[in-house]
Design a protein around this ligand. Structure first.
Ligand code: MN
Length: 443
């Protein structure tokens, strides 16, 4: 687990306007992402530019390294990123990630020499986030989605199998399936309504657009250090392999899913699009917000030894609050604010991200830098904390009423879905994940 150090000091102040007290990206966060400069910028490089977010600005890490503003190990890390790709940077491991974070923190502080120099560089170093194109924050080679919320698994199970909501394997093995990386898109990308086989009642299926389009509120863990084929990752080391977390919307077509998912699991109901937020909040930044692994009620089996570790039990969780907002086309046209549909925490998950990673590699499967592990839909015990419409409207039987007077069972064309998440704890600066946003079905 990462230590709390000088970069987390809540007293740190930045020279970047709007950074201090920013709800997501104060100087204590420093999440990593990639951008492309605006069209028309003649000096714009073709490759994505590695960057850190602060306030409403992006810090160009290449400019920082080339300008001599970063100490040796931090500049070396940026050089590796540019020369060999982001995967090579991730494979360097937590010492290099921490060195880069520390160097960037110094140069963004209001009270350091590096900060004074950096401030003079102006727009070459720091530019408004609104003026650049934010890209996928990592090259995701493989995407795996889990099912780690026992509340979600129980709710969904009870709709499809009322007598037997939770299958007997759930408390023993982290359930997952292989998703598809090619259809991962960055926040803001429109999401089309997928076609598929739909089966009503007992009749034959027809082929058409899904009528039950849904979102799934998830956190995605970005793998930092990979493992060679045939070499599992012991649970004691799992945390060192994780680079950071992003918000993930695992869009789902429930009617397609219901017909296709047995016996091999989800397929076309899931892989038409998944949206991720553009900034990876690092495990370094999240150090003050670690907490116990989700509770296992008395009587539940202990995790098998390969998934059990004292440190993971004590600090394997993340204290993150997440919320979902919806805005219909009519709401947007009539000037209504987006409506909050749910709010919940990440603290009640049955499996930790470390357990998911260790389980994934336990058969010798090789994880690579940049791979994405989805948590599965994050739901809590209360109706207000259910992380998808399938649960929130209880399969459409309890429709949501929007401020425009419309109702929703599932998503309609023009609906915009926004995820937000943040961490707050006394004695520490609040940090957040920014937004994960997508509009449905817009041509
Ligand atoms: Mn999912």
């Amino acid at each position: 687990m990462r230590p709390i150090d000088a970069t987390h000091d809540p007293a740190l102040r930045s020279w970047v306007p709007g950074a201090d007290g920013h709800p997501d990206f104060p100087i204590q966060n420093l999440p990593f992402g990639r951008f492309r400069p605006p069209v028309g910028d003649d000096d714009a490089p073709e490759d994505p530019v590695p960057a850190v977010a602060i306030g409403n600005q992006v810090v160009d890490l290449v400019a920082a390294a080339d300008g001599g503003l970063l100490p040796g190990p931090a500049a070396d890390a940026v050089d590796v990123w540019m020369a060999e790709g982001m995967g090579a940077f991730l494979q360097l491991g937590r010492e290099a990630w921490g060195a880069l974070r520390a160097g960037v923190s110094e140069l963004l502080r209001v009270d350091t020499e590096e900060g004074a120099e950096a401030r003079e560089m102006g727009p070459e170093l720091v530019r408004p986030m609104a003026e650049v194109e934010l890209l996928l924050p990592a090259d995701v080679g493989d995407y795996t989605d889990f099912y780690a919320s026992i509340h979600h698994a129980t709710n969904v199970g009870s709709m499809f199998r009322p007598d037997n909501p939770l299958l007997p394997n759930y408390k023993w093995v982290p359930i997952g399936y292989h998703g598809r990386a090619s259809s991962l898109v960055p926040s803001g990308t429109p999401v089309h309504r997928p076609m598929g086989q739909l089966q009503q009642g007992d009749g034959p299926p027809e082929f058409g657009p899904t009528r039950q389009l849904d979102y799934e509120l998830e956190l995605g863990a970005v793998v930092g250090v990979g493992n060679p084929l045939g070499r599992p990752v012991p649970i004691e080391h799992a945390d060192d392999h994780l680079f950071g977390l992003v918000l993930l919307n695992d869009w789902s077509a429930r009617d397609i899913q219901r017909w296709e998912y047995q016996p091999l699991g989800p397929f076309l109901a899931k892989n038409f699009a998944s949206t991720i937020s553009p900034w990876i909040v690092t495990l370094e930044a999240l150090a003050p917000f670690r907490g116990p692994a989700g509770t296992r009620p008395p009587g539940d089996p202990e995790p098998l030894p390969y998934l059990d570790d004292a440190d993971d039990r004590r600090r394997g969780g993340f204290d993150v609050t997440l919320e979902v907002l919806i805005s219909s086309r009519t709401m947007q046209e009539r000037g209504f604010a987006p409506m909050r549909v749910s709010r919940g925490g990440f603290g009640g998950m049955y499996w930790t991200m470390g357990q998911l990673l260790t389980h994934h590699a336990s058969n010798g499967c090789n994880l690579r830098p940049g791979d994405l592990l989805g948590s599965g839909t994050i739901s809590g015990p209360e109706p207000e904390s259910r992380g998808c419409l399938l649960e929130r409207t209880w399969r459409g039987t309890e429709p949501l009423r929007l401020p425009s007077g419309e109702t929703r069972r599932f998503l309609e064309d023009g609906d915009e879905v926004v995820f937000r998440a943040w961490c707050e704890r006394p004695g520490h600066a609040r940090i957040g994940f920014g937004e994960c946003r997508g509009v449905v079905g817009v041509a």
